[in-house]
Every structure is written in C-alpha cells, then in structure tokens.
Ligand binder design. Structure first.
Ligand SMILES: [Zn+2]
Length: 200
C-alpha cells in the first residue's frame, strides 16, 4: 500500500533563470533534475509521486501547480527552487548563499517542523549556510500565503505545503553543487529520508 501521494513541483520552465556562474545551466532545468531524483527516491520508499512538470519543457501556471496537490488528495506539496538576490544586493550579489524554506501559514506548527528538518538536511548536504524557515503572508489577506504555489496548494486542500530554496544559483559554491547531477542525487536522497521519517 502507498504511504500517500506527494506532489513535487520543480520551479519555473526549462530555460527559467540562467545560472550566471556557468553558461547553459538554468534553475528551471536543474530543479527538474532534482525533482526526478526525488521522485525516484520517494517511490522507492513507498510513496506515490506526481510531478507538476512531467517533461522538462512543461511550465504550468502557479495555480495549476498548487492545485494538483489538493485535487489529488496529496499529503505534501513540495516546490523545488534555487535562489537569487535582488538587485539591492549590489557588490554582495554573488557572495550571498544558503538554503531556506518557506511554509504555508495554514498549518504552521506541523509545517514548521517539516520545514526545519528539511532545511537542516539541505544545509548539511550542500555544505551551505542556514537562512532558516520562513512564512510570507499575502498583503491582501493575512490568512493567505504570499507565494502562489503554496497558496494554491493550501486553498485546494493540501495544507502541508513548502517551498525550498536550495541555495543561490548566483553564488559560485552553491551553483557548482546545483550543476552536478551526482550532488542533486545525494540532495534528493537526504530529503527523501527526512520526508519518509516525518510521514511514517
Ligand atoms: Zn525559483
């Protein structure tokens, strides 16, 4: 019997957000490769997995991505990203690194627990710094999440909804990790282990 359905959301489309450190690498493609590894790891542990992007070229809307979780009764919606600083970072643009996780305000205690365990695993596996776990509320309604995918997941019924920023693709060290298929495979294994423990 399945341990439950998990929806994985590799952020952006194929050519979304180029890595400035090395030509030919894109956040949207590397997120997809990480998602495929994580799908395999979770399936081998007895979970059922749906991806919001079945092909690397898929790029559904934020709402479609989040709603896939609620519609199908998922136990977890997990959006996979890497980060980039805003232009206000100035000279520090390429120096800023580290992982952080945003989680839905609709089930804050449970989500914070899973978010901190996942962030700890990502920080350890990537050898990067810990930027902590966070929520961000919508400016129009503070019961809503700011991020579209998290909000759509929670509002469609899947309140265990998280978005992980796996370091900064603008930072040479974090980016080098994210460009390696072998590193992404190790990252997926460490996340699957945390998820399996949390839901078992
Ligand atoms: Zn992103």
């Amino acid at each position: 019997m399945s341990k439950g359905l998990i929806v994985l959301d590799p952020g952006h489309g194929e050519k979304g957000n180029p890595h400035p450190t090395r030509e030919g690498f894109y956040e949207g493609t590397q997120n997809f490769i990480l998602g495929c590894h994580l799908r395999d790891e979770l399936e081998s542990r007895g979970f059922e997995v749906k991806m919001t992007r079945e092909k690397v070229t898929d790029d559904p809307s934020l709402q479609e991505r989040g709603q896939l979780a609620g519609k199908n009764g998922a136990i977890l919606f997990l959006s996979l990203h890497s980060n980039a600083p805003g232009t206000e970072a100035g000279d520090r643009y390429s120096k800023i690194r580290g992982a952080e996780t945003f989680y839905s305000v609709t089930d804050p205690e449970r989500n914070a627990d899973l978010a901190s365990r996942l962030t700890e695993a990502v920080v350890k596996t990537m050898g990067t710094s810990d930027r902590g776990i966070k929520t961000r509320r919508h400016p129009d309604n503070e019961d809503w999440d700011y991020y579209g995918v998290i909000r759509a997941s929670a509002q469609s019924g899947c309140k265990t909804a998280l978005l992980i920023e796996h370091g900064f693709h603008t930072n040479p060290e974090d980016s080098a990790f994210l460009q390696s298929d072998e590193c992404l495979s190790r990252l997926a294994a460490s996340e699957a282990e945390v998820i399996d423990k949390f839901f078992s």
